[in-house]
Design a protein around this ligand. Structure first.
Ligand code: MEV
Length: 415
């Protein structure tokens, strides 16, 4: 039986087996227990309650030769089905090949009131080792082969005069890294002031995680996609390349996949969005985060390149029970591996959106899923769900009352 055909208990049993979950962990999934109010109250101000999203599982993902079940948290119908469909077609040619850079984040220290900017840059660079060691004294990362690795300094012209920007490059390993980078920036600030004779203002990481790039590529078999759809997808891609209005929607589809995995694993989704869209503007023009071309064998080849500052330790990733479970189900052992999964999901998502758009349009799929839901609400079970959904869609009357009539009719036909 396919994952989506299983009932909830069947899906939980499959996950239990797949990720060797304990009974307690399955209970957490069954009851949807996230954080309690005490935790919520300690996290944000003026807390009053919670808002929940459905957590679903995307199937068929093979990435760098490994099979994954991918938890996705999202309110929008069709997204999980679309990711799974893209992954299923990509699997025919071996799935996704993905690579993530080491987790190097940038921290920025802004210095004002520097009299001789050129000399100050030189002085900062002469103090590089000392500043790096101050930064590294604030974290155990260095003892684990990571930490502040490099420092650079540049003068910038701003509307309020020349400023000096000192940048720390920090390998944050398996964390998203905001806390440690901010701590390091604050730690070096007093010494930066002494060295530059300037005044430090901002000390904060950059969410433009340009050194944390992830690339993923997949081939979508010609015999499965079809020449017409391949040509259509290439036209759709050309449209997105040439037109800002379309490009934003193209990238929104990519982010449907990336952010759903990010939410399931409690990542900082705002950081991911901000970084991704800045990267889309890398060449001075907002561009698609994915690329599409025809391979020499006729297959459709898709690739994605995006910065992803994500973590599997620290923050909510280790304290939120549902995020921890999502990471267990994924079975990723590093932030880089998680980034590879997220980029692959973004690419699969984009493929399926374009595939649907160039064929029957996006609404037909939504309607099919909606019809299945209505069929289930009306009491259809097992193989009857698809039959009822088909008739609902065909007859253009997708209501629970009509579904009940169809169920009755099918039962009468059977009896
Ligand atoms: C809907 O959430 C996402 C799409 O609009 C993406 C696209 O148009 O490529 C279907």
């Amino acid at each position: 039986m396919r994952f989506y055909e299983l009932d909830r208990e069947g899906r939980l049993a499959l996950l239990k087996d797949h990720a060797s979950l304990s009974d307690d962990e399955v209970e957490i999934l069954r009851h949807g227990s996230g954080i309690d109010f005490r935790m919520a109250d300690s996290m944000v101000e003026n807390a009053v309650s919670f808002i929940s999203y459905p957590l679903g599982i995307a199937t068929h993902f093979t990435i760098n030769g490994r099979d994954y079940l991918v938890p996705m948290a999202i309110e929008e119908p069709s997204v999980i089905a679309a990711a799974s469909k893209g992954a299923k077609i990509a699997k025919v040619r071996g799935g996704f090949k993905a690579h993530a850079d080491p987790s190097v984040m940038i921290g920025q220290v802004q210095v004002k009131d520097v009299r001789d900017a050129e000399k100050a840059v030189e002085d900062v660079m002469k103090s590089k080792d000392e500043l790096l060691s101050i930064a590294n004294s604030r974290s155990s990362l260095a003892s684990r082969g990571a930490g502040a690795r490099d420092l650079r300094c540049r003068a910038i012209d701003t509307s309020r005069g020349k400023m000096l920007i000192v940048e720390l490059l920090v390998d944050v390993k398996d964390a998203m890294g905001a806390n440690v980078v901010n701590t390091m920036c604050e730690a070096i600030a007093p010494r930066v002031e002494e060295v530059t004779n300037g005044r430090v203002l901002l000390r904060i990481l950059s969410n433009y995680a340009l050194h944390r790039l992830v690339k993923a590529e997949a081939r979508f078999a010609r015999e499965m996609v079809g020449d017409d759809a391949i040509e259509g997808i290439l036209d759709a891609y050309a449209f997105a390349e040439a037109d800002l209005y379309r490009c934003v929607t193209h990238n929104k589809g990519v982010m449907n996949g990336i952010i759903a995995v990010a939410l399931a694993t409690a990542q900082d989704t705002r950081a991911i969005e901000a970084g991704a869209h800045a990267y889309a503007c890398m060449n001075g023009r907002y561009s698609p985060l994915t690329r599409w071309r025809r391979g020499s064998d006729g297959d459709l080849v898709g690739s994605i390149e995006v910065p992803l500052a994500v973590g599997i330790v620290g923050g909510l990733t280790s304290t939120h029970p549902m995020a921890r479970l999502s990471l267990r189900i994924l079975g990723v052992s590093s932030a880089q591996e998680l980034a590879c999964v997220m980029a692959s999901v973004g690419l699969a998502q984009n493929f399926s959106a374009l595939y649907a758009l160039v064929r029957e349009g996006i609404q037909a799929g939504h309607m099919r899923l909606h019809a299945r839901k209505v069929a289930m609400l009306a009491g259809a079970e097992g193989s009857m769900i698809d039959e009822v959904a088909r008739r609902l869609a065909r007859e253009g009357n997708i209501t629970v009352e009509h579904a009940r009539r169809i169920i009755q009719a099918i039962e009468n036909e059977g009896g």
